[in-house]
Design a protein around this ligand. Structure first.
Ligand SMILES: Cc1cc2nc3c(=O)[nH]c(=O)nc-3n(C[C@H](O)[C@H](O)[C@H](O)COP(=O)(O)O)c2cc1C
Ligand SMILES: [Mn+2]
Length: 476
């Protein structure tokens, strides 16, 4: 079984699990995570225990996918992989994924503890308050919201934010068009309550598929099985029949009634800003809580992108944009990097220029393809001598090789969304794009002043000779 606890053991074996004991759920847990992320060279997975006011063993896990090694491990790949190797592997794999139907099992440790009716208390778990201005404690950040399409029967698993209102009710924020939202709308249009199950702790492959685009009508559990090559184990919720991961640590079942709305938010979102454009969102009335002994709540704190935990989104999106460039016939793309600090707002490409217009072609397609278009802002295209994962190099390329009058192209009225902090509320929906062409101008690229940095070969040669010295004195 793909089990969160086994996963944490594996992560400990590769030296990337940090355990913290004795912490407050109210801002301290999330702020320490932010500080660790700002200071650590490699962001660790963090498991918090002994949380103030809660029994020992009631834990919170965060930062699960914020290293390429843990991402690879989660997807069933060899964890010892570099960021670009991962992007290359995912580019190949994503094209051939065949869903593998999950396997239904009869029982699960999830049912070790059950509370129903008036015994339901969501606050028995150490649910953090993540950001100073959040409107409440968000139990659902790394969550799986499970619903069924009432007409077509298929089950969707989506990550949507969930805020606790009280012991047995919480707010569910689903944007228009999201699969769970479509299911809700269908039930409510028929005047019926939406049956719902939500898991709040599980193997991270679940979060990975629930929080990224999976094609319409494809069940996320089956997609997860397609990624790892093994069927996921699921168990039926006793009240709704909706499938939950068999390794779920904490889950609820309940319903969302038509016309049952309450104010929700604000909440610090992935953009690094508070967002709450819907004054009231639907309420989940919780009928039962299930949890393992010593349960682990998974969290995705949505920290400011520069100190955040969103690396895996960048790595996966980089691969999808790269594939889209391939499919559009753009040759010699050397690398694509959806910069983690840019949220979705910035994409950087490196190309080996082959013909006049090649750079604009690549950048325009990257800015408008399926994975690059939503909430984009800047696409930067550079030559292939630039290491685009290194923002210092990208800034150097923009600064020295682009000419504002000639190199910047503006596109208007492109695809944006409600979370763009730069667009005034009344104008939300559209946003503009800039292409920044920071390649050497094609016509005189051979006459462009030569760069003075040591060549790759020379650097490797010198670094090899001085390896011991560098390891002892420099890379400590
Ligand atoms: C931490 C986190 C919180 C999210 N919260 C929401 C949310 O509140 N509402 C929403 O519509 N999408 C939210 N998303 C984005 C969805 O998870 C994502 O669009 C996913 O593809 C939706 O699944 P679906 O395509 O099955 O609807 C969130 C993503 C993450 C990573
Ligand atoms: Mn879906």
């Amino acid at each position: 079984m793909a089990d969160l606890r086994a996963w944490l053991n594996d992560v400990e074996k590769i030296g990337q699990l940090m355990s913290v004991a004795g912490i407050d759920w109210d801002l301290e847990l999330s702020t320490l995570t932010e500080v660790i992320n700002e200071r650590a060279k490699q962001r660790p997975a963090i498991l918090f225990d002994k949380i103030n006011g809660y029994p020992e063993g009631y834990r919170v896990a965060v930062n699960l996918l914020s290293s390429v090694n843990r991402l690879a491990l989660t997807m069933g790949m060899e964890p010892d992989v570099g960021e670009f190797d991962f992007v290359q592997k995912w580019r190949r794999q994503v094209k051939v994924i065949q869903p593998v139907e999950p396997k239904m099992v009869k029982d699960s440790p999830l049912f070790e503890n059950i509370q129903k009716g008036s015994d339901v208390n969501l606050l028995k778990f150490p649910v953090p308050r993540w950001h100073e201005l959040d409107g409440g404690r968000y139990i659902g950040t790394d969550d799986l919201v499970v619903t069924r399409d009432p007409e077509e029967g298929w089950v969707n698993v989506g990550t949507y934010r969930v805020m606790i209102h009280g012991r047995d009710f919480m707010g569910l924020h689903m944007s228009p068009g999201k699969h769970g939202r479509v299911h809700r709308d269908k039930y409510h249009q028929a005047g019926k309550p939406l049956p719902i199950a939500v898991s709040f702790g599980h193997h991270p492959i679940n979060f990975l598929v629930a929080s990224t685009d999976v094609p319409n009508r494809i069940n996320e559990y089956a997609y997860a099985g397609g990624i790892t090559g093994r069927p996921l184990e699921i168990v039926a919720g006793p009240l709704t029949g909706l499938p939950l991961p068999a390794d779920s640590e904490i889950a609820i079942e309940g319903e969302v009634l038509p016309d049952d709305f309450m104010p929700e938010g604000p909440f610090g979102e992935w953009t690094g800003y508070y967002a709450s454009n819907q004054p009231a969102v639907p309420v989940i009335r919780v009928k039962a809580i299930y949890h393992r002994n010593d349960p682990i709540l998974c969290g995705f704190p949505l920290l400011k992108p520069s100190s955040g935990d969103n690396l895996h989104f960048s790595l996966m999106r980089s691969a999808l944009i790269w594939n889209a460039l391939d499919e559009a016939g753009v040759p010699d793309v050397q690398a694509v990097w959806a910069h983690p600090s840019g949220g979705r707002f910035m994409t950087v490409l490196a190309i080996r220029q082959r013909y006049p217009g090649h750079a604009r072609q690549a950048a325009l397609i990257a800015s408008q393809c399926r994975s690059g278009a939503y909430l984009g802002r800047y696409v930067v295209v550079v030559d292939d001598d630039i290491d685009i994962t290194n923002s210092e190099e990208v800034i150097w390329a923009i600064s020295s090789r682009s000419d504002p009058v000639e190199s910047i192209e503006i596109l208007r009225r492109c695809w944006s969304g409600p979370l763009d902090p730069r667009i005034p509320v009344e104008d939300k929906g559209f946003s503009s794009r800039a292409i920044i062409d920071a390649t050497r101008p094609y016509e005189w690229r051979d006459k462009f002043p030569k760069s003075s940095g040591a060549s790759r070969e020379l650097k490797i040669q010198v670094a090899d000779k001085w390896r011991d010295f560098l390891e002892q004195k420099v890379e400590r």
